[in-house]
Ligand binder design. Structure first.
Ligand SMILES: Cc1ncc(COP(=O)(O)O)c(C=O)c1O
Length: 391
């Protein structure tokens, strides 16, 4: 099934190594010494939320985190039964779906507080929520001075269980002092709730970089990036992980061109000598950044060697200069990122971070899942049988 499906698609894919995902998860759990709530928002950072979630829950993840209620609803449709925490905003029109799908709201604005209080009255059962305090991100969350009152209103309603207290770290990957100040404020917020008799079971702050800044009363961690095998930069916890995703495509055509031949839109790359130019079937609609730095200094890995990108990246195609790699030719695989080049290299060329590179892999790129070195599933939006297992 997977072979015939792949044969029907252009030769480009994101390979996802589920053994590495498992090893990364176990390494993070061991280092954190606490339950891990994997962040699987944005389709598990492009890795495929349903499959990643199923895999991590089977390994023992007690709950999952998404950004939006609709992401949680999709996971429920995929048969995921673990608790799912909705980290970002809840719109009024989403409350019904939230209750129906038994998703756990994060209460982080006055309007969400009112929505959840009303939902608690209507639901006919107690709803569990997490309450968010803004300790320095200046994004969602109650101020430290308002969070106690907000949590008390929820708890005193009798319909809502304040099951969690969280904050989000703004710079755990770059500023240890600022992170400690945020965590001090978070400690104070937890103390304030305790003074009011509210002792949430789950107290959590740590994203991937925050795993290096755990405090005693934190009972849960909330990483994303590091589970996918990419470490934050420049500060990261000392946890050994390996990239889960490799994005590649097979060279479609190799052309010999004369010195002075322009390549791609605008002819901004001109052959400085007689050159061998490869055309590769992935482009910016698939997640290859279309930046000047990618054009001028980007590299792909072909048969164990880096080759330079040649010319502006197109929507569907990218060209590379194979002149110094005579062994490489049509049909050979060109890797955009994975072990080598790492996602951070591409991020640097794109003027962004590794989170954006992972989440930018286009939805038309099939996801090929591997376990024990074998393909165990292929998911493509171009097949009605997406998600079928092949064994
Ligand atoms: C609220 C929240 N928690 C946790 C995470 C996970 O962060 P990371 O991928 O850096 O581990 C994110 C990601 O952006 C987030 O927004």
């Amino acid at each position: 099934m997977s072979d015939s499906l792949l044969a029907a698609l252009r030769p480009a894919r994101a390979r996802l190594d589920l053994d590495r995902l498992a090893a990364n998860y176990l390494a993070v759990a061991a280092a954190a010494g606490r339950p891990v709530m994997p962040v699987v928002k944005a389709d598990a950072y492009g890795h495929g939320a349903a499959r990643v979630s199923r895999h991590l829950v089977a390994l023992g993840a007690p709950m999952l985190a998404v950004a939006y209620a609709e992401e949680g609803a999709v996971l429920r449709s995929a048969g995921i039964r673990a608790p799912i925490v909705v980290l970002a905003g809840i719109a009024p029109g989403q409350v019904r779906s939230l209750v129906q799908h038994e998703l756990t709201a994060v209460v982080s604005t006055p309007s969400t507080l009112e929505l959840v209080l009303q939902a608690g009255k209507d639901a006919g059962r107690r709803l569990a929520v997490h309450v968010k305090v803004d300790t320095g991100m200046t994004r969602l969350g109650f101020t430290p001075s308002a969070v106690g009152e907000a949590a008390a209103r929820l708890a005193e309603s009798g319909r809502i269980e304040v099951e969690g207290l969280l904050t989000h770290l703004a710079a755990a990957d770059e500023d240890a002092d600022a992170t400690r100040r945020q965590l001090d404020l978070f400690d104070e917020a937890a103390d304030e709730l305790a003074r009011r008799g509210i002792r949430p079971r789950w107290i959590h702050a740590a994203n991937s970089a925050g795993l290096a800044f755990l405090r005693r009363h934190h009972t849960l961690v909330r990483p994303g990036l590091i589970l996918y095998g990419v470490r934050p930069r420049p500060l990261a916890p000392a946890i050994d992980v390996k990239p889960v995703m490799t994005v590649s495509a097979d060279i479609e055509l190799v052309k010999e061109v004369a010195v002075g031949t322009p390549v791609s839109y605008g002819g901004r790359w001109v052959a400085p000598r007689r050159s061998r130019i490869a055309t590769i079937p992935f482009g910016y609609a698939d997640g290859v950044p279309r930046t000047d730095d990618m054009r001028d200094r980007g590299e792909l890995l072909v048969k164990g060697r880096r080759v330079p990108v040649a010319g502006t990246v197109c929507m569907d195609l990218t060209m590379a200069d194979l002149t110094d790699h005579p062994d490489a030719g049509e049909g050979d695989e060109a890797v955009l990122f994975g072990d080598d080049p790492p996602a951070w290299d591409v991020a640097d060329r794109a003027g962004t971070n590794a989170w954006e590179i992972l989440t930018s892999v286009g939805s038309r790129v099939p996801r090929v899942y591997l376990e024990g070195g074998r393909v165990v599933g292929v998911e493509s939006r171009f097949t009605p049988r997406a998600g079928d297992r092949t064994r």
